[in-house]
Design a protein around this ligand. Structure first.
Ligand code: AVJ
Length: 328
């Protein structure tokens, strides 16, 4: 029976594992050692992130949800092209879609004629989303795309205007230069009829920001440490979870929350099967995530070189978070 599968070798799983291993080898040979937050989201990591979004300290999700609840009608009107024009609502990194559901309901109630196109690299996440949308909004047209963002955008037919959503301050994970390149590349896929809605977490009391990434129940710590558990499982590594801890800081000068895994003692970690090992000094760190926080002038300065204009700036009463409508 194995021969039936021979022509599809390497399977997608092997490819993903090889990619992860290449990333880990490269990241752990850097100074300082680095792993990408992209790899947080295995099944357990996605479950922990769902839990983070419920934490009292983690304000971004709740705040963006509030903006959609209170200003949904205005946001819907700012996004939809001229009445009666069909369009495609493309969401990059769709996740579980709870927030988007509000926006989808709003657009449907405004009588907008659109197809929802959630884009994600995780087929599992997309299937779950499509399933709950069939149940909750049976009249909605849904065409999920399992691909990376730009492959999905490049593959879209251009006979309909598109509205692109990038919510939840996911843009905060990019380093400044990568963020600028990402937006420029995104803008290159837009025409003057298209619109872009990006969620930005705003700069605020540094203590509030720091607490959001170091919660009292230790869920964020478990989320960060889960990355090592994943490497143990998928790459046969032997990280001793008791010898590592979560550390995070917020630097108001750069606007960056940086998260680290700290080695509590000198240790060597073996990656069985990969013929690779890695030494850590006592208190050496692995940098695992950046979560940038923004000011309005920074957002405008980010838009300009990409040839985009800030058309609307929707924010909450405390100015914690902004959903920004951008146009070419
Ligand atoms: C999903 C990237 C927006 O940076 O706030 C939450 C991920 N990391 N707590 C964020 C995260 C730690 C989150 N994003």
């Amino acid at each position: 029976p194995t021969s039936l599968l021979a022509d599809t070798f390497p399977s997608p799983d092997d490819q993903a594992t090889a990619q992860l291993l290449a990333h880990v080898r490269e990241g752990l040979s850097r100074q300082p050692k680095t792993l990408s937050s992209m790899y947080f989201y295995d099944d357990e990591g996605s479950r922990l992130f769902q839990q983070i979004m419920q934490l009292p300290e983690y304000y971004p999700t709740r705040t963006e949800f509030g903006i959609f609840t209170e200003q949904g009608a205005a946001i819907g009107a700012a996004l939809a092209p001229a009445a009666g024009t069909p369009f495609r609502l493309v969401e990059l990194g769709a996740g579980d879609g709870t927030k988007t559901m509000l926006l989808l309901r709003e657009l449907l109630s405004q009588g907008a004629d659109f197809t929802y196109v959630p884009v994600d690299i995780s087929g599992g996440a997309l299937a779950g989303l499509a399933e709950s949308l069939r149940r909750e909004l049976p009249e909605l047209r849904v065409e999920p795309i399992e691909a990376d963002y730009f492959a999905a955008l490049a593959g879209l037919r251009d006979d309909e205007p598109k509205v692109v959503l990038f919510l939840g301050s996911n843009i905060g994970n990019f380093l400044p230069q990568d963020r600028q390149e990402f937006l420029q590349q995104l803008a290159s896929h837009l025409t003057s009829a298209d619109r872009l809605l990006i969620g930005f977490d705003l700069q605020k009391d540094p203590r509030i920001i720091r607490a959001a990434y170091d919660d009292s129940q230790g869920v964020t710590a478990a989320f960060n440490l889960n990355l090592l558990r994943r490497l143990n499982r998928e790459l046969g590594a032997d990280f001793d979870l008791t010898a590592w801890e979560h550390y995070t800081d917020y630097d108001p000068l750069s606007g960056a929350v940086r998260s680290y895994l700290v080695s509590r003692r000198a240790q060597t970690v073996q990656f069985a099967g990969a013929g690779f090992s890695c030494g850590f000094a006592a208190w050496e760190v692995i940098h695992t995530e950046n979560s940038y926080k923004f000011t309005r002038p920074q957002i405008e300065a980010l838009a300009r070189p990409a040839g985009l204009r800030v058309q609307h700036f929707f924010t909450d009463a405390r100015q914690y978070f902004a959903d920004v409508v951008l146009m070419p």
